[in-house]
Design a protein around this ligand. Structure first.
Ligand code: NAD
Length: 262
């Protein structure tokens, strides 16, 4: 029998809002596997919810970090250096684009909205990896969350699709840099899952229903699927895999129309 036992391992999860968050779904699996956890959340507004969520994880460390603030990132890793010394696993589950940038045509994206989306959704991974690097254990691993719109046009996803392309390319470049030390990094490309971030995407519910109908497994991607893949990609079970974007069954490999008979 193969068992994923992460007792003695330490993981930082960045980007948890509530129990639907994909970051939380990976955290729950890491906790079940025995890892010690730290969480970062964006602002004071989320503090109460994250405290409630983690109340049954007594050793959990909580940090408020806005990823656009380098000093807050520095303070986070300085504190973890003192408390833990090393970090084994890091989960980056953070993205943001102003709503108006996802409501019209991509061609109308303003400079400010483009920069905001790319900074929070893609550059933040580079900033986090850079600050974490000195602390990452030799067989450490990172995961981030991406979406199919990085590869193909998904109408209305607009600048977030472009940000996800930059994120996936960053995963490949970071894998090259971090690989020198034996640290791996991969991206999970998830089909539509109902979360706070997803529900703010125009047309999300239509896509959510469509995917279950056309996907090979006729299955709605959910938090358990993402949590399991996250656990696998962080654990030594995936020791030979780095720089990759791995899909959870989402139906995008199936053409959207049924050709029927001639
Ligand atoms: P979520 O709303 O639960 O998580 C998004 C998180 O990003 C929130 O916790 C938010 O506070 C954080 N965030 C935004 N701006 C930040 C900032 N400046 N500093 C720090 N944190 C910030 O939603 P989710 O769906 O769990 O999103 C997690 C990741 O999964 C995102 O990268 C998202 O694009 C990706 N993803 C989601 C789906 C889906 O259908 N839900 C599909 C594919 C990929």
């Amino acid at each position: 029998m193969v068992n994923i036992d992460l007792t003695g391992k330490r993981a930082l999860i960045m980007g948890v809002t509530n129990r639907r968050s994909l970051g939380w779904s990976i955290a729950a699996k890491l906790h079940a596997a025995g890892a010690e956890l730290a969480f970062s959340y964006q602002g004071d507004r989320l503090k109460g919810e994250v405290e409630k969520l983690t109340k049954d994880i007594p050793s959990a460390r909580l940090y408020q970090v806005d990823v656009t603030q380098q000093d807050q990132l520095k303070a986070l890793f300085a504190d973890l250096a003192e408390a833990w010394g090393t970090i084994d696993y890091l989960v980056h589950a953070i993205a943001f684009a102003p709503r108006e940038a996802m409501d019209g045509r991509y061609i109308e994206t303003t400079r400010d909205d483009w920069v905001t989306a790319l900074e929070i959704s893609a550059y933040s991974l580079v900033a986090v990896a850079g600050e974490a690097e000195p602390l990452l254990a030799e067989d450490g691993a990172m995961v981030t969350l991406t979406y199919y719109a990085a590869e193909k046009v998904v109408p209305k996803y607009n600048v977030m699709g472009v940000a996800k392309s930059a994120l996936e390319a960053s995963v490949r470049y970071l894998a090259y840099d971090l690989g020198e030390k034996g640290v791996r990094i991969n991206a999970i490309s998830a089909g539509p899952v109902k979360t706070v971030a997803a529900r703010s995407i125009p047309g999300f519910m239509k896509m959510y229903k469509r995917v279950a109908a056309v996907s090979p497994l006729k299955h709605q991607v959910d938090q358990t699927d993402v949590g399991n893949l996250g656990l696998f990609l962080l654990s030594p079970m995936s020791g030979g895999i780095t720089g990759e974007t791995i899909y959870v069954d989402s139906g995008f490999n199936v053409m959207g129309m049924d050709l029927g008979d001639d």
